[in-house]
Design a protein around this ligand. Structure first.
Ligand code: PEP
Length: 251
């Protein structure tokens, strides 16, 4: 089963709407030759500018979070329907920074995944172990647990619409990348967990990205591994020349 690569930039809390418009226009010209799927996950307020600037390009726009309720008294939150109304198709869910700084839990991740799927958004679900967990030797068990929790209630039909991003916390924004083998081993473990729950065919069709200090130098080797279907890229997605090289990793 051959899968394309999905290469997504996570801008986090960077760039204004005006900077977004300039950046996406510049990036569009550089990445239009690829057959892979290119996504920019931009801050909420930058979504309209990003959608406008990406209209005639291959770039897809994602949000970095959403709430699991449809509407109500949730000051400062954004619903799936609000994103869909703008034209957003993808949403990152459960990024480790949301888990670490904003009390995101496996329970809220699962609620958000179910809401996103029900609404028609494709969730990019982030999982990954801490350094302590890796050193204790519980990486596989922990990541399997996170995946099982996030996908509780997700049908085999809905599995087609999800992307899983394996992001070891110790590699995010630290410049420490997991080795190709370490990253691939965990992505393989995730795929095996999907095989057990959904069968080989569905598992082989699921996209599993690696994220954690992906850069212009390591992207090609990481993306060349058997179970890594692209990357979720933080810091290196903020400069057009770097993200261009990552997207065009095989040139
Ligand atoms: C991320 O934010 O998901 C990420 C992987 O960041 P970085 O590439 O900067 O490590």
């Amino acid at each position: 089963m051959s899968r394309k690569k999905i290469i997504a930039g996570n801008w986090k809390m960077n760039k204004t709407p005006s900077e977004t418009a300039v950046f996406i226009k510049e990036l569009s010209d550089k990445v239009n030759q690829t057959n892979d799927i290119i996504i920019c996950a931009v801050p909420y307020v930058c979504i309209p500018a990003a959608l406008k600037a990406s209209k005639r390009s291959r770039i897809k726009i994602a949000a970095q979070n959403m709430h699991y309720e449809d509407n109500g008294a949730y000051t400062g939150e954004i619903s799936a329907n609000m994103l869909l109304d703008l034209g957003v198709k993808y949403v990152i869910i459960g990024h480790s920074e949301r888990r670490q700084y904003f009390n995101e839990t496996d329970i809220t991740v699962n609620k958000k995944v179910l809401k996103a799927l029900k609404s028609g958004l494709k969730p990019i679900i982030c999982v990954g172990e801490s350094l302590e967990q890796r050193e204790m030797g519980v990486t596989s068990d922990y990541v399997r647990y996170q995946v099982a929790y996030a996908l509780n209630g997700v049908s085999v039909e809905d599995l087609k619409n999800i992307i899983i991003a394996y992001e070891p916390i110790w590699a995010i924004g630290t410049g420490k990348t997991a080795s190709n083998e370490q990253a691939n081993d965990v992505c393989k473990t995730i795929r095996e967990a999907l095989v057990e729950k959904y069968g080989r065919r569905a598992a082989n069709a699921t996209y599993i990205q690696y994220g954690g200090s992906v850069n212009t130098k390591n992207a090609k080797d990481l993306f060349g591994m058997s179970d890594i279907d692209g990357g979720l890229v933080g810091g290196a997605s903020l400069k057009t020349e770097d993200f261009d090289k990552i997207v065009n990793y095989n040139k």
